[in-house]
Design a protein around this ligand. Structure first.
Ligand SMILES: [Mn+2]
Length: 311
């Protein structure tokens, strides 16, 4: 049995479809990890035990790949260490110091198979910037897909993982393989999901309160939309920053704090992240963002820290 383990986003899904097409695989199983978790869970390890050959695509889990005991092709574009496991063939241009914007391109280059899926992976990973690449424009053009359609297809494909629907992510590979791309613009299960996600984002954004030019929003949703809500508030609506709380994300709380580039000169986000983490939460981020998952009863403590910076 051929087993494909891929990232849950459009780049991972198109990478898997490209691989199946390139190798003309008749029998295969494709799986993704629990959404949001960069590891192989029991279910994946169980499948690996039964597999004759494993493919890992666009999924940056070098530590897991070191442990596999079956011949494996590991194709990725994320920065990662060289794999020492002799059963693993690692294809990753980053090992030679090259930046490739999407894994779909690495798969296409490796097997010499190029089509609109190759381009969609790029649109998925880097958004509008993808259209600045000649190759992407050419592949979409040949496939009769406009820029707007490409962006919409990514929204539809990504709606599966944003809805935290692992099964639907896995089904998406088969859906791609069995439908012309144009038809997928009307693919009902994805259209409905994308609509529900858009509504949830709009709903959250329109409920935003304000303090000192910072947006503050509380909502509850099973969709993983917190970063999109914050981006909209800061990048599109021009707030100095946004504090966004999803008070019930599959039983946990998500807190997200995004600030504008200008505010990042004043607010030391590394310090905020450290303080929030010291509460015993799972917090991370960079210069302009803090993201945190915690128990619901910790929300007030996290907010108390963030509020000190909203001056
Ligand atoms: Mn990728």
């Amino acid at each position: 049995m051929n087993l494909i383990v891929h990232h849950w986003d459009t780049d991972g899904i198109t990478s898997a479809a490209l691989l199946v097409r390139a190798l003309k695989l008749e029998e295969f199983t494709n799986m993704t990890a629990p959404i949001g978790e960069f590891r192989f869970d029991e279910r994946i390890w169980g499948a690996i035990e039964k597999a004759e050959r494993l493919y890992v695509l666009d999924f940056n889990v070098p530590n897991e790949v070191e442990k596999v005991r079956v011949p494996t092709l590991f194709i990725d574009h994320h920065t990662q260490p060289r794999i020492k496991n002799p059963l693993v063939e690692q294809v990753n241009p980053s090992l030679e110091g090259e930046y490739w914007p999407a894994n779909s391109l690495v798969v296409s280059e490796h097997f010499g198979i190029w089509n609109a899926w190759s381009a969609l992976g790029v649109v998925g990973d880097i958004g509008e910037k993808a259209f600045g690449l000649e190759r992407v424009r050419e592949l979409l053009g040949k496939g009769g897909i406009s820029r707007e359609e490409a962006l919409r297809l990514v929204e539809l494909i990504d709606s599966n993982y944003i809805a935290v629907d692992r099964e639907a992510v896995e089904e998406a590979v088969g859906v791609l393989l069995s439908h012309p791309l144009k038809e997928l613009l009307e693919y009902e299960p994805w259209v409905k999901k994308a609509e529900a996600i858009r509504d949830a984002i709009e709903g959250a954004v329109s409920n935003a309160g304000e303090r000192n030019g910072f947006a503050i929003v509380h909502f509850e949703s099973p969709f993983n939309i917190i970063s999109k809500v914050a981006r909209k508030l800061v990048w599109e609506l021009g707030y100095r920053g946004a504090v966004v709380v999803n008070g019930n994300f599959h039983g946990k709380a998500q807190v997200y704090f995004r600030i504008s580039g200008k505010e990042a000169e004043r607010i030391n986000m590394t310090e905020v992240i450290e303080r929030v983490r010291a509460l015993g939460t799972n917090a991370g981020g960079k210069r302009e963002v803090l993201g945190c998952v915690c128990e619901r009863d910790k929300i007030e403590d996290v907010l108390a820290i963030i509020e000190e910076y909203l001056r």
